[in-house]
Design a binder for this molecule. Structure first.
Ligand SMILES: Cc1cc2nc3c(=O)[nH]c(=O)nc-3n(C[C@H](O)[C@H](O)[C@H](O)COP(=O)(O)OP(=O)(O)OC[C@H]3O[C@@H](n4cnc5c(N)ncnc54)[C@H](O)[C@@H]3O)c2cc1C
Length: 404
């Protein structure tokens, strides 16, 4: 690719920043545009950082979702470490996840167990299994014995438990490192506080060159545009003349990011499968806690995400109390967290998902999460990140396809 090419990357979350860094390091001039005051201000900062291997998606027993997640999940660590030039080791959660099968789960315990074993086979047989956050080439899902289950979960509502070799990273740490890497890259121009309104080809065809209209004026011309705007992506695709293909759902979700004064022990636990919640214990002092119905503040399937008003946001202390109450009943060790809390933030972001329906409905297409990826239309590329965990891998694919 010629050095004279200039590429506009729209959206400075994990996808846009990964694409922009890779392009810049291949000598391409890049303009990275975001409406927020800085990179990584939205979902890519405020998520729980589970680096998915597909275990979560037992309601898609055909393994299509799992297969989609595994490749990106296994490559997350080496690709991010390469981009940030530092090790992720200090921010990887220290224990395996425990999946707890709720009695109202859309998948019953025997089916969940069979699914988890099939995912383990897929993961173990992958040549990159040693590259995951921890080596997963010789481990797999294991059913908890009754005594082990009783130690982790409250009686009654949890029917079975499984130890699953899935880990997470602390996303705020990763966000700060990405922000510094973007700022340090000479070939990368970062435009913050700049809302994108439309993208138009100056030549009248998808070959470009392109103009990007923003609330502050027109940018360009650019030889290529990469739309990585996540919740804002479909509306900009339409300005190019590309009709987004339904179904999709926008959901705005909040969770608790909490730090304790002293270490608290207890495993990471996911209540599966449906509209429940989870707790992530990263290192004994930093925690993520969510209860899905309490944290879901907006949901819609229009071209644009639904508006979030001050009235639709719960009071932080009410949300925290509800999360503690619900998780405390199902995962009793979390009952010690409120008294041990040093500080907490309620934060979150948009989840844009190909699919529709309620998580409590086993037939909802929202349980299938394989309909995402890169759409290339000549010199205009639109990328649905799908997951934080798959973004670095998709960014590499995208940049390879652009630079040969
Ligand atoms: C509570 C929660 C928990 C989650 N947990 C996980 C998890 O454990 N594991 C996992 O893999 N994924 C998880 N996700 C999903 C994950 O966060 C997203 O898939 C990922 O962060 C999306 O990255 P992105 O770069 O596409 O989007 P973002 O990080 O949202 O970046 C998009 C950027 O585009 C900007 N933007 C949007 N519209 C415009 C516009 N018109 N003009 C200018 N800028 C605009 C926004 O300001 C934003 O900075 C979770 C999400 C949430 C909300």
């Amino acid at each position: 690719m010629s050095r004279r090419k200039r590429i506009a990357v729209l959206g400075a979350g994990i996808m846009g920043c990964s694409v922009a860094l890779r392009l810049a390091r291949r000598g391409v001039a890049v303009t990275l545009v975001d409406a927020a005051p800085g990179p990584f201000s939205a979902a890519s900062r405020w998520n729980e950082g589970k680096i998915h291997l597909g275990y979560m998606y037992s309601a898609d027993p055909g393994l299509r979702t799992a297969a989609h997640m595994i490749e990106g999940g296994l490559w997350f660590r080496p690709l991010v470490e390469e981009m940030l030039d530092c090790s992720l080791e200090p921010v990887i959660s220290t224990g395996d996840d425990i999946y707890l099968c709720h009695r109202d789960s859309v998948v019953d315990a025997p089916a969940m167990e069979a699914y988890l074993h099939r995912v383990s086979d897929l993961v173990r047989s992958h040549p990159a299994a040693v590259r995951y956050l921890v080596d997963v080439s010789r481990t797999g899902a294991e059913r908890l014995q009754p005594g082990e289950l009783a130690e982790v979960s409250g009686a009654g509502e949890i029917l079975a438990g499984f130890r699953v070799p899935e880990r997470s990273v602390q996303t705020r740490w990763v966000a700060d490192r990405f922000t510094a890497a973007v700022a340090a890259e000479d070939a990368l121009e970062m435009l913050t506080n700049t809302r994108v309104l439309a993208v138009e080809p100056t030549g009248g065809s998808l070959q470009g060159p392109w103009k990007v209209s923003t609330a502050d004026g027109v940018l360009g011309p650019f030889s290529h545009v990469v739309n990585a705007l996540w919740e804002g992506r479909p509306v900009i695709d339409r300005t190019v003349g590309l009709e987004p293909v339904p179904p999709w759902t926008h959901r705005y979700r909040l969770a608790l990011f909490l730090r304790t004064r002293l270490p608290v022990s207890g495993p990471c636990a996911v209540i599966a499968t449906g509209p429940f919640g989870d707790v992530k214990n990263y290192n004994g002092r930093d925690f993520y806690l969510s209860w899905y119905p309490a944290g879901l503040v907006a949901e819609g399937s229009g071209l644009e995400p639904p508006a979030i008003t001050a009235e639709s946001l719960p009071a932080e202390k009410d949300l925290a109390a509800e999360v503690f109450r619900q998780l405390g009943a199902l995962v009793p060790w979390t009952q010690s967290l409120p008294a041990a809390t040093e500080s907490f933030e309620v934060a979150g972001g948009w989840v844009f998902a190909g699919g529709k329906g309620k998580l409590s409905d086993p037939s909802a297409t929202l349980h299938q999460r394989w309909r995402y990826g890169i759409e290339r239309h000549d010199t205009y590329l639109s990328v649905d990140t799908g997951k934080y965990s798959t973004a670095p891998w998709m960014a590499r694919e995208l940049v390879d396809s652009l630079t040969g």
